[in-house]
Design a protein around this ligand. Structure first.
Ligand code: PMP
Length: 445
């Protein structure tokens, strides 16, 4: 057998340079909140493979359901016929929907594909072309989804032109808007809604505008929950003009923020809801969920995909939905969330660290810490100054990895994100927070 070091070397040589990595290692085995690396290191995982293994790695019930399905039928292609796990999954998801009108489902593999499906659906049913996206948004890497992605230039650098007909609205993110941290959410919403009115008067008339797409918690753009006032304002404007509201909960959905979907907190009705990531706890699966009144306008054969709604993924998702209930996952998210916020806020009251921390924000177990500029007065916008040698958040994340914690950064600002498993134990959460605190202390000292 090859040594771990030689495997890593082989990977570094033959796997595309286009991939970045948190750790130069083989992820050998996953169990609950831990991943064992090929060199034997056991890592506490606060990344969940970017918010996916929400019930922990290899949850026995999910893995068993997938294995059983493998012995039954693997590829029950969705344009050939129905398959049972597909229908069972819809049955499980219907009562979890943030609005009862959401009753028409299409399953795909990735979040990006779900976004593509939403664009196609919105354009088809409205007969309009343009889509409004948000500054800092991440919707994926395929060409349509990439055109809606405004979180980092790296995703589209050198490959323009992208899909045309895309217009950008500011996200309700205080320092991106240039307003003070204590600006009331209603004021922030008002600023963005004014910009929307202008956009609809100056750039894309409602008659040309098919949809507005929004992550109700900005993910790759910095973990910023949108205020209820904004989401309600978007709903009103969409209703007034016949524009569809696409709610992308690929990252914020499926229990991550303490409700099945974050949009529930606002009571706002999505026209199209996008879900993926945690849905099948690691098997590729995404959903474009809308209402029959809209999807009845699609011609049979206009939607599809060879692997769309794979039977093994759907069987895993059915088991995952059952585990969410049986293990009272939402209760754990809310209990652990309080502990996470209090641990991170405690760093802010530590006189040694306080000036380094600008913001602690998020919802449920989708939480971020943002570092302040060296003067401690505002965001550390290192992107304005390319001569900053190594970014603070990346240094903290690296230090965490050295200490046995897998953790991710996010956005062009200096932000670390916390997305542990939704069933993480109190002890493991506290352990990760302790490692993070030590790493911050060592790096900012
Ligand atoms: N939308 C959001 C909100 C996401 O966070 C992501 C992935 N980070 C996507 C879409 C794209 O999903 P995928 O990587 O599965 O294509």
């Amino acid at each position: 057998t090859q040594s771990h070091a030689s495997l890593v070397e082989f990977g570094q040589k033959h796997v595309t340079k286009g991939l970045g990595r948190v750790v130069e290692a083989v992820l050998q085995k996953g169990e609950g909140s831990y991943v064992t690396l090929g060199d034997g290191r056991k890592m506490l995982d606060f990344t969940c493979g970017i918010g996916v293994t929400n019930l922990g790695h290899c949850h026995p019930k999910v893995s068993k359901a997938a294995a059983d399905q493998c012995m039954n039928i693997v590829h029950a292609q969705c344009s050939i016929g129905f398959h049972e796990p597909y229908l069972q999954l819809i049955e499980r998801l219907l009562p979890m929907m943030p609005h009862p009108s959401l009753d028409s489902f299409f399953f795909w593999n990735s979040g990006s594909e779900a976004v593509e499906g939403a664009i196609k659906l919105a354009r088809t049913v409205t007969g309009r072309q343009n889509i409004i996206t948000m500054q800092g948004a991440y919707h994926g890497r395929t060409f349509g989804a990439m055109a809606l992605t405004k979180s980092k230039t790296i995703y589209s650098e050198g490959v323009h032109p992208l899909m045309p007909g895309v217009f950008v609205l500011p996200y309700p993110f205080w320092h991106q808007l240039g307003v003070p941290a204590d600006t009331p959410s209603s004021k922030i919403a008002e600023l963005c809604l004014n910009q929307l009115s202008l956009l609809l008067a100056q750039a894309t008339t409602p008659k040309d505008t098919a949809a507005i797409i929004i992550e109700p918690v900005l993910g790759e753009g910095g973990y910023v929950p949108a205020p209820t006032e904004l989401l309600q304002g978007l709903r009103d404007i969409c209703d007034k003009h016949g524009i569809l509201l696409i709610i992308d909960e690929v990252q914020s959905g499926y229990g991550r923020t303490g409700k099945n979907y974050f949009i529930e907190y606002s009571g706002v009705r999505p026209d199209i809801l996008l879900t993926a990531k945690g849905l099948a706890n690691g098997f590729p699966l995404s959903g474009v969920i809308s209402r029959r009144e809209l999807t009845d306008k699609l011609k049979p054969g206009s939607m599809g995909g060879t692997y769309a709604g794979n039977a093994v993924s759907c069987a895993a998702a059915v088991a995952a939905a059952d585990v969410m209930k049986e293990e009272k996952i939402l209760e754990n998210v809310n209990a652990r969330s309080e502990e996470l916020f209090s641990a991170l806020n405690a760093l802010r009251s530590n006189p040694k660290l306080a000036p380094a921390i600008l913001d602690v924000r998020g919802k449920g177990l989708m939480v971020a810490v943002e570092f302040a500029s060296p003067t401690g007065t505002g965001p550390y916008d290192t992107f304005r100054n390319p001569s900053v040698p190594e970014k603070l958040a990346s240094r903290v994340a690296k230090k965490c990895v050295e200490k046995g914690l897998l953790i991710l950064t996010t956005s062009v600002y200096e932000v670390i994100r916390f997305i542990p498993a939704l069933n993480i134990s109190k002890e493991d959460l506290a352990k990760g927070c302790k490692i993070f605190a030590e790493a911050v202390e060592e790096v900012v000292r």
